[in-house]
Design a protein around this ligand. Structure first.
Ligand code: T5A
Length: 223
């Protein structure tokens, strides 16, 4: 059995987490999982996230999103913490689950580091590629759904929810650079990254995603 990794990416408030949970429910309730498990081509469906997909990762996430207030978190330290979270996630969870044949829905992955630390913070894209390579041991997503929404619109959505974390509080120009990063990635890797217009209502975005998932699952498991 070969598992598959589906990643949800986008700026703050793009609706990734909402859509990942909706996809999970749909895959369970529509009968997709049951059918694939009955044919012994799927072990289980799991959801996870970066940062914070493991016990160690949850500690790292806490440091990244709410670091001690008395000291700034330097950009290089931030980059290495995301890489450490990813290395742990890969070895502890993603690789064993994929080897066992699971279908994994993951909230953020390597493209977030390129978009946030590369385009957003201005750190070397070459260095980030090398770090991603080390952290993932070469494991790429089978499909990345990029939820494309205007950065200002996404921030308004998260700010309506209450006080944001360290990255949500960064200024608009930072989030616009992050958005440019996702756009550049989608252009560079069209075989892996599919753009979803996330400016529509939650239900309309869900419909776009379900169409793509249906096509991909059919291609992977039924052709
Ligand atoms: N990060 C992460 C890096 O800098 N580098 C890395 O390598 C990695 C892996 C993670 C932070 O770490 C950074 C990126 C992040 O800043 P997080 O808490 O996981 O922190 O933050 P986000 O992933 O950004 O999660 P958010 O919850 O802020 O955004 P989502 O997941 O895009 O949005 P969601 O689904 O929670 O929705 C946000 C709000 O919008 C509403 C929802 O109801 C919710 O209130 N909403 C909609 N409103 C209108 N129309 C729609 N279509 C809507 N969809 C959702």
């Amino acid at each position: 059995m070969n598992g598959r990794l589906i990643v949800f990416e986008g700026v703050e408030g793009s609706g990734k987490t909402t859509q990942l949970k909706r996809s999970y429910q749909w895959l369970l309730e529509s009968g997709w999982c049951e059918r694939l498990q009955a044919r012994d081509v799927l072990r289980r469906l799991i959801i996870t996230r970066e940062p914070g997909g493991t016990e160690v990762g949850r500690e790292i996430r806490q440091l990244l999103l709410t670091p001690p207030p008395q000291e700034p978190l330097w950009d290089q330290a931030e980059l290495l913490l995301y890489a450490a979270d990813r290395a742990q996630h890969i070895q502890q969870m993603l690789k064993p689950e994929l080897t066992a044949g699971s279908l994994i829905l993951c909230d953020r992955y390597t493209d977030s580091t390129i978009a946030y630390q590369g385009y957003g913070r201005g750190l070397s894209l070459e260095l980030i590629d090398q770090l991603n390579q080390i952290a993932t041991d070469g494991l790429q997503s089978d499909l990345t759904l990029w939820l494309d929404v205007d950065a200002a619109e996404g921030l308004t959505r998260t700010r309506n929810r209450g006080e944001g974390d360290r990255l949500e509080k960064a200024d608009l120009s930072f989030h616009q650079r992050v958005q440019q990063g996702f756009n550049a990635l989608a252009i560079s890797f069209p075989e892996r990254i599919i753009r979803i217009d996330a400016s529509f209502s939650e239900i309309e975005v869900t419909q776009q995603i379900q169409e793509i998932l249906t096509e991909k699952l059919t291609q992977w498991y039924e052709s």
